[in-house]
Design a protein around this ligand. Sequence first.
Ligand code: CMC
Length: 392
Amino acid sequence: SGYITLDPGFKNTGSTKSAITFLDGEKGVLHYRGYAIEELAEKSTFLEVAYLLIYGELPAKDVLEKFRSDIRAQMMIHEDMKNFFTGFPSKSHPMGQLSCLVGVLSSFYPESLNPNQTEEEENKSIINLLAKMPTIVSWIQKKSLGHPVVYPKNNLGYIDNFLNMIFGEVNQEKTFDPLVIQAMHTLLILHADHEQNCSTSTVRIVGSSNANLYASISAGINALWGPLHGGANQAVIEMLEAIKNDGGDAEKYLAKAKDKNDPFRLMGFGHRVYKNFDPRAKIIKKACDDVLEKLGVNDPVLDIAKKLEEAALNDQYFIDRKLYPNVDFYSGIIYRALGFNSDMFTVLFALGRLPGWIAQWKEMRDNKEPIGRPRQVYIGETLRPYVEIDNR
Ligand code: CMC
């Protein structure tokens, strides 16, 4: 196998040509379909960005209106789905529930199993996922509280609907400060795609076997769950809490992160591609300050986060390795200020990443890419005779 190039972690291997997201890690640049993330975060909405990522262009007014109303019309989930919630232990992690429930959607839409489905059928799966994921996520939250679920409402926008299903009660619609709605749009937009990261590569590789869209997204959700990827946002807040409860000594934890004999890593720091700064983190840090101020929340972990960031940015270990705060460092502090439990943070990442996963799955299909199948360099035993059990 001399001709095989070994690249563990695919640090320098391109798996596809893609026209969706451009990323320059040295300069801290991120574009979706040619539009700068800073501009989209400020001016666009989550569903508009979803349309842009999936179909390649910013939608005209009437196109966006149809997209939004198609989604609104599909937000309800089948009542039989409630049976699955009943089966989960009350302490099951929301990410495990989400991947299961998204995968199971294929049972309700078996036409999605046909790899030769028409464009119209494929669009139905796309709309279904965008529409039903907020409802599923909110039902997971209600299940964790033991509260009755709140159904989606036809008169509400995507984010208002989601927040109402999460924080509202049956027969009692809740309204939200425009700044809170804006913060949710911003957060979801910033998470919406990030080229060939672990979960997106998973979605593409699972889809490359002609697995259906629901199954492929479900696999992506599981990949996202890990603390080195999307699970970092929950891990960050737990780390900050632990530092707070241990006297708030940032330097002590910095030393732990630098100690190669200590498995502790500074969660929310470092990135495979960004070696200068993560442009998403910059936007989120600002949003974090704005939201906490507006809501009048004084979260002591925000001070610890800022102390930790400053100490790390001035520390030779972090400077040498080009380690900077990533998208997950401040996002959890905003989610917490909005009222989410920490085990819901990665689910919110998944909700944001959904359009990116869909766009990448669709691009892979449209380009008729071959099944993903990496090679290996075998380092095991050479051929040897079988040993009878009495002789081992
Ligand atoms: N704390 C302490 N040391 C670190 C950290 C960290 N957070 N991240 C990297 N390093 C060190 C690492 O030990 C290595 O040192 P050395 O060269 O002495 O062996 C060097 O920096 C390079 O790290 P790496 O692990 O080879 O880099 P990678 O590209 O394989 O990993 C990463 C990237 C994001 C997994 C890693 O930086 C990490 O574990 N960060 C913490 C988890 C985290 O915040 N993940 C969210 C990533 S952004 C959102 C997302 O993609 O989901």
